[in-house]
Design a protein around this ligand. Structure first.
Ligand code: UD1
Length: 421
């Protein structure tokens, strides 16, 4: 298994290209199941999760082409759904595989998707996806670890009020509703930018959707969707991660191809914490403020609140701040696996239930560390970039799930970082 070695203490300087959002690309790829015409997606990041979704879709009957001349373009074409099962092996590897459930059910009238089970950041059930699909008329059974959903008479529009704003459930229901009879309203929908992006993709395919990006989404079903073209929005988590990399190393990075407003509340939190962010067109310059990093409290929230996917990176940043920061995780249980690893590097952190109290330290020191999820791993990379000495990060495959060419991007900005097989 690959490892990453970082020799810390180098201020990052230069430009980093921000890619398309993995979390927008995955549902948009699943949307290709909704039509028999080709869907062209641009700015699809080249990360392992995209590869996993591609394999799953191919099993279901989607032809996936990657035109050699266009590095981040995928052409997905599903003339006919050949298979309606998403097997355990793929769902276990990537929970977002569950996003094929709504589209399969809407197009083929049936879907069999393995229950995702537990993962490193908590139990993460899919009850909201299933309850919502049942409201649209699906019959749902659990059998042998699989969800078996059928819609023998097709789906029909309904009002669905989500008890909490789940991103995945909103996406699954929005996709299913595009081919349902009549109008669907999703209330208390998630408002993440990736949902608005998926809606744009579906509208390009002929769907009728209003309100995506707000709490109330209205979808008027149609009999058939056509093909379309869609460019995935920039990755806000990658943006926030590199902004913090600039600040934690005391350098300056120009982040190209992204937008400040995608960060939501994280933009203000980062600036308060001493990360200067200057937006100009599609560029964002990030640097440490002359007053240094300041301990800043934060609570993760659904968008536009502070993203749970930036929590681990922010914790690494706060390890080097002046004063203390109280970081509360409200979205996922058990999302503090990076804490003991950061402590091995000299961080002072106390965890009480969903809250971590981080006391800034004058120095972090390199150590061998390991992480168990995507964002936790990258938080260790940030800590390593700022640490004295060498850090060896194990289980790099987590990073590869969501960050394209991470070491190359950081190395080009002056980091001393290398991957060892
Ligand atoms: C998506 C993102 C993930 C991000 C998360 C929260 C993708 C591929 N992944 O995950 O990176 O961290 O949003 O912003 O886009 N819940 C239920 N029942 C359900 C569904 C969710 O109780 O049926 C709970 C979850 O356990 C969690 C909360 O709702 O506590 C939010 O989860 P959700 O928004 O669904 O996250 P994902 O879509 O899985």
């Amino acid at each position: 298994m690959d490892r990453i070695l970082v020799e810390g203490g180098k201020a990052l300087r230069g430009r980093i290209e921000i890619g398309g959002a993995k979390n927008a690309a995955l549902p948009a790829m699943a949307a290709s199941l909704l039509t028999d015409a080709p869907l062209v997606l641009d700015r699809v990041p080249d990360v392992v999760d995209v590869g996993t979704m591609r394999r799953l879709l191919q099993m279901l009957g989607v032809e996936v082409r990657h035109p050699p001349a266009a590095a981040h373009r995928l052409v997905l074409h599903c003339p006919e759904v050949l298979e309606t099962t998403a097997p355990y092996d793929l769902v276990r590897r990537m929970r977002a595989s569950v996003l094929v459930l709504g589209p399969l059910l809407a197009r083929a009238g049936r879907a069999r998707v393995s229950m995702p089970g537990g993962c490193a950041i908590g139990p993460r059930p899919i009850d909201l996806h299933l309850e919502g699909l049942a409201r649209l008329g699906a019959e749902i059974r659990l059998e042998g670890g699989y969800v078996e959903a059928t819609a023998p008479r097709g789906l029909r529009g309904a009002v669905i009020r989500l008890p909490k704003p789940s991103v995945g459930a909103t996406e699954n229901l929005m996709m299913a509703a595009t081919l349902a009879r009549g109008t669907t309203v999703i209330e208390e929908a998630a408002q993440e930018p990736e949902i608005e992006d998926l809606a744009r993709c579906l509208v390009a395919m002929g769907a009728r959707i209003a309100g995506a990006g707000t709490k109330r989404i209205e979808i008027e079903g149609t009999e058939r969707l056509h093909g379309g073209e869609h460019r995935i929005l920039p990755d806000r988590i990658e943006t926030g991660t590199y902004a913090m990399a600039a600040a934690i190393t005391g350098g300056e990075l120009e982040l190209v191809g992204t937008r400040l407003e995608l960060l939501g509340a994280a933009a203000e939190v980062l600036q308060e914490a001493g990360v200067e962010l200057v937006a100009e067109g599609d560029r964002l310059t990030a640097r440490r403020s002359p007053r240094g990093l300041v301990g800043t409290d934060v609570m993760t929230r659904p968008f536009p609140g502070f993203a749970t996917d930036l929590q681990a990176q922010f914790m690494a940043l706060m390890c080097r701040a002046e004063g203390a920061a109280m970081i509360t995780e409200t979205i996922f249980e058990n999302r503090f696996m990076h804490v003991p690893e950061l402590m091995r590097m000299g961080a002072r952190i106390t965890v009480h239930g969903p809250t971590a109290l981080v006391r800034g330290v004058p120095e972090l020191t390199g150590a061998p560390v390991m992480a168990t999820d995507l964002r936790a791993s990258v938080s260790l990379v940030l800590a390593a970039l700022a640490a004295r000495g060498e850090t060896e990060i194990n289980r790099v495959y987590h990073l590869d799930r969501g960050y394209e060419r991470l070491e190359q991007k950081l190395a080009a900005a002056g980091a001393s970082i290398q991957r060892l097989p």
